[in-house]
Write a protein that binds this ligand. Structure first.
Ligand SMILES: O=C[C@H](O)COP(=O)(O)O
Length: 412
C-alpha cells in the first residue's frame, strides 16, 4: 500500500495529512444501537470488489432482492472487467505518456488519460445500483444506519431568500436535531452561501460541526477565474471549514480538461489559510449536465488528480441531481483512485435525497463498494436540506414504536 512517504512528491499534496485538524470531526456516537448495531454493519465485512454480494451483513435480503442478486451477479462479473482500474488506469496513464503524476502535464496527455479510461457499461451500472437498492435493513442495523446517516448530513440552505435568522435556526437544528432526545447525533456540516459563513461559524462555535460554503459562482460557475478565487477566499476568510466548488461544465464538455484541472488546483490554493491549514475542497460535477456516465468517470478522475478532497454529484439546482447509478460510479472511482495512489477521497451525493429509504440505499452502496473505510462523515456526506426530518421521524418510530405527528420536526 502506498503511504504518504512512498507517494511520488507531486502527488503528496493530494494525500490528506493525518495531522490535519479539519479531518478530525465527530464520530457517530454509539448511543443508538451501540456496539451491537455497529457489529451488524461490520458483519458485511470489507468490500472486496464488484462481484461480492453474499446476502450477509446489513440485514435479511428480500425475495425481490434475492432474484435481483442472481441477475446482477452476472452483470457484475461483466462489469468488474470494465471497472477494475488497477491495470486499466495504469494503461491509460502509460498511453498518456507516463505515470499518474504526468497525466496533467499537457492538454494532450490529460485527454489521452481521460479518454483511455474504460467506457461505462450503463446497463451493468444501473442494474447493480438497482439491486443494491433492494436490500432491506432491519432493527438494530437500521437504527445504527439512521444515526450514521444523520451524522453524515451537510444540512443545507442555499436560497436567495436565506436570512441570518434562518441560518441560525438551521445551525440550532444541526447541533441538536431532536431536542426531545439528546442521544441524537449532530449533523456533519451546515452548508451555506459565503455571505452566511460568519453567521454559521458563530452559531456552531465549539460544536465540532463544520461550516461548508458553496463558492466559485455557485451554482452555474459562470464567472472569471479571479472572481471564483475571490469568492473562495472570501468564504475561507470568513471561517469556512469546507468549500464546495462547481466545475466549469462548459469547458469540460468542450474537452478543455486542462482548464478545468487548473481551475480546481487554483481553487485548492485559494482554500489555504495564513496559518498553513486549508479548508477542505469538495468538487461538484453537476452530473445532471455531464450527459454521459463516461463523462462522470472522467470528471471523477480529473478532480481527484487535481486534488479534490471530496467529489460531489450536484448542486441541487438542476433537474437531475444525485442518482444511485451516478453515485455508484463515483464510489468506484474513489476506490480505484485509492488503489492506484493510496489517496482516499470522499464522496457526496447531493440534491433530491429526501427519505430514509433513499439514504439507506446510498449507505448500502458505500458499504458494498468501499467498506468500512468510507462509512464515516470523514469520507461520505449527504448534501440535503430536508433528509434530516425524515430520518428523525424514522428514528422516533424505532425508539417509540409509533410515528410522531407532523409537529415533531421543524419545517425548514
Ligand atoms: O447540496 C445540497 C443541495 O443543494 C440540497 O438539495 P435538496 O434541497 O434537494 O436536498
Amino acid at each position: 500500500m502506498t503511504t504518504y512517504q512512498t507517494l511520488p512528491a507531486e502527488l503528496r499534496p493530494l494525500l490528506p495529512s493525518p495531522e490535519d485538524p479539519a479531518r478530525v470531526t465527530h464520530e457517530v456516537p454509539e448511543t443508538h444501537g451501540g456496539a451491537e448495531a455497529r457489529e451488524a454493519w461490520s458483519r458485511a465485512g470489507p468490500a472486496s470488489g464488484p462481484g461480492r454480494r453474499t446476502g450477509r451483513g446489513l440485514g435479511p435480503v428480500s425475495k425481490a432482492g434475492r432474484k435481483g442478486l442472481a441477475l446482477a451477479d452476472d452483470y457484475a462479473r461483466r462489469y468488474a472487467g470494465l471497472v477494475t482500474m488497477s491495470t486499466v488506469a495504469a494503461q491509460a496513464s502509460s498511453a498518456a505518456g507516463g505515470g499518474l503524476s504526468d497525466v496533467a502535464s499537457s492538454e494532450a496527455s490529460l485527454r489521452r488519460f481521460l479518454h483511455g479510461l474504460p467506457g461505462v457499461d450503463a446497463v451493468g451500472l444501473e442494474a447493480r445500483a438497482a439491486t443494491l437498492g433492494t436490500r432491506s435493513i432491519k432493527t438494530t442495523a437500521k437504527a445504527y444506519a439512521i444515526d450514521l446517516a444523520i451524522s453524515m448530513i451537510d444540512l443545507t440552505t442555499l436560497e436567495g431568500a436565506d436570512t441570518v435568522g434562518k441560518v441560525r435556526a438551521l445551525c440550532t437544528k444541526g447541533r441538536n436535531p431532536d431536542p426531545t432526545d439528546p442521544t441524537t447525533p449532530r449533523v456533519a456540516a451546515i452548508c451555506v452561501y459565503p455571505d452566511m459563513v460568519a453567521t454559521a461559524k458563530a452559531a456552531l462555535n465549539g460544536t465540532g460541526i463544520q461550516v461548508a460554503s458553496v463558492a466559485t459562482a455557485f451554482p452555474a460557475g459562470r464567472a472569471s477565474l479571479p472572481v471564483k478565487l475571490a469568492d473562495t477566499a472570501d468564504a475561507v476568510a470568513a471561517g469556512a471549514d469546507e468549500i464546495d466548488m462547481v466545475i466549469d461544465r462548459g469547458a469540460f464538455l468542450s474537452g478543455h480538461y486542462l482548464s478545468v484541472f487548473e481551475e480546481i488546483t487554483a481553487v485548492k490554493e485559494a482554500c489555504k489559510r495564513p496559518d498553513g491549514t486549508a479548508a477542505h475542497l469538495k468538487v461538484i460535477f453537476e452530473t445532471g449536465e455531464l450527459q454521459t456516465y463516461d463523462n462522470v468517470r472522467r470528471a471523477s478522475w480529473l478532480a481527484m488528480l487535481a486534488g479534490a478532497d471530496f467529489i460531489k454529484t450536484s448542486t441541487g439546482k438542476v433537474a437531475v441531481n444525485a442518482t444511485p447509478p451516478v453515485t455508484l460510479l463515483m464510489l468506484e472511482a474513489v476506490r480505484d483512485f485509492k488503489e492506484q495512489t493510496g489517496v482516499q477521497v470522499g464522496v457526496k451525493p447531493a440534491g433530491g435525497i429526501k427519505t430514509t429509504k433513499d439514504a439507506m440505499k446510498y449507505l448500502v452502496m458505500v458499504n458494498e463498494t468501499l467498506g468500512d473505510d468510507w462509512l464515516s462523515p470523514h469520507w461520505f456526506r449527504f448534501g440535503a436540506s430536508s433528509l434530516l426530518n425524515d430520518l428523525l421521524m424514522q428514528r422516533q418510530k424505532l425508539t417509540t414504536g409509533r410515528y410522531s405527528g407532523p409537529d415533531y420536526v421543524t419545517v425548514d
